[in-house]
Design a protein around this ligand. Structure first.
Ligand code: FA5
Length: 332
């Protein structure tokens, strides 16, 4: 019996080595240490031995059991480590893959254009001002020298808001009313730009939207002339569009500027597009803003931001920018 028993640890080690899971180790443990194991049988047989032989055989059995238990423990530990590594591996998240799937978007073309315009003019010493999108008739028309019933009002087909007297409250048709608010809130020198959203009953086509964006510019100081206006627009054109684009001023009419001009841009393909209006601030407008036209003069301009973005990126239809097809927007 002694030889068989002394052999048990080596056999148990071999069986444990072949086990590949904690369940299999449990089976090996039952085989070698359980009630029906050779060790248990040998223990039962101890009673038949004489006291001296029983003591030494008992000691051997205890040593064998301890060795088997510790080698099974060691193998259990090894297998649970391996299982943990395997579990970590299957639960691993590939974060690079997730980032790929949730690609970051970017600012809309018009917002990009607006930010860039602000940066350019702030760099030229202008401040940025804003006004309300819902305006009263006086700021949008009256203070800008549009006479009541004057056909010039029909140049900008207005959306009226059902508030107060009929046709007294409206969605602003241009950013020019912000000029009045700026003049009322500060005294010259004024060098400000006023970007914002405007509304007209225009049918959407390649160059028109019913909701669009303008950027207004207003300079009021002593001794401002038309040459300052032309020089500012020239500097702006080359800074914003870069080489290949030129601009021209074309005589025009706005009730709030005198003289007035249209500002057109020539695309690299040779075609022209009207981007905005400009002119010397009319004395009546300075007066409405609380400024003495005998002491100060100024110029103003108002450009369509959407059309600026259109030109800059070579898009040929304004509507493309607002359909919000990501395949289109992603290009910019
Ligand atoms: C004005 O709105 C004047 N307030 C501009 C101005 C300001 C003149 C200061 C003098 C001094 P106009 O209606 O032309 O002008 O519009 C100016 C620009 O807005 C146009 O040149 C064009 O670029 C843009 N625009 C006008 N209507 C639309 C539209 N429906 N969709 C997109 N852009 C438009």
């Amino acid at each position: 019996m002694n030889a068989d028993i002394a052999d048990l640890p080596a056999r148990a080690e071999q069986a444990a080595g072949g086990a590949t899971s904690l369940d299999e180790i449990q089976r090996v443990s039952t085989d070698f240490l359980g009630k029906k194991s050779a060790l248990a049988e040998a223990k039962k047989a101890l009673g038949a031995l004489d006291p001296d032989a029983r003591r030494s055989a008992g000691q051997l059995l205890n040593e064998v059991r301890d060795r088997i238990e510790s080698l099974l423990d060691a193998r259990r530990h090894e297998l649970s480590q391996t299982a943990r590594v395997a579990q970590l591996e299957t639960e691993r998240l590939d974060l690079t893959e997730i980032r790929e799937r949730t690609r970051l978007g970017h600012l809309h073309l018009v917002t990009q254009a607006r930010d860039r315009l602000e940066d350019l003019f702030v760099g030229m010493g202008f401040t940025v001002a804003e006004g309300p999108e819902i305006e009263d008739d006086w700021h949008n028309f009256g203070a800008l020298n549009f006479a009541v019933g004057h056909p010039a009002r029909a140049m900008q087909d207005t959306f009226y808001v059902n508030y107060g007297e009929p046709e007294s409250t409206l969605l602003r048709t241009h950013t020019s009313p912000v000029q009045i608010r700026v003049m009322q809130s500060q005294s010259p020198p004024i060098y400000s730009i006023m970007p914002g959203r405007v509304f007209r009953q225009d049918t959407a086509d390649a160059t028109h939207m019913p909701v669009f964006h303008q950027i207004e510019g207003l300079v009021v100081d002593r001794g401002i002339t038309f040459a300052d206006l032309a020089g500012t627009l020239e500097a702006f054109t080359s800074a914003y569009f870069g080489p290949g684009f030129t601009s021209r001023l074309r005589p025009s009419y706005f009730p709030f500027t005198e003289p007035s001009a249209e500002y057109d841009i020539r695309r690299p393909d040779g075609s022209w597009l009207e981007l905005g209006g400009c002119g010397m601030v009319h004395p009546n407008v300075l007066l409405a803003g609380g400024i003495d036209p005998e002491e100060y003069s100024g110029f103003a301009f108002g450009f369509g931001i959407d059309r600026l973005a259109l030109m800059r990126h070579g898009v040929d239809d304004l509507r493309e920018m607002f359909i919000n097809d990501v395949r289109f927007l992603r290009q910019f």
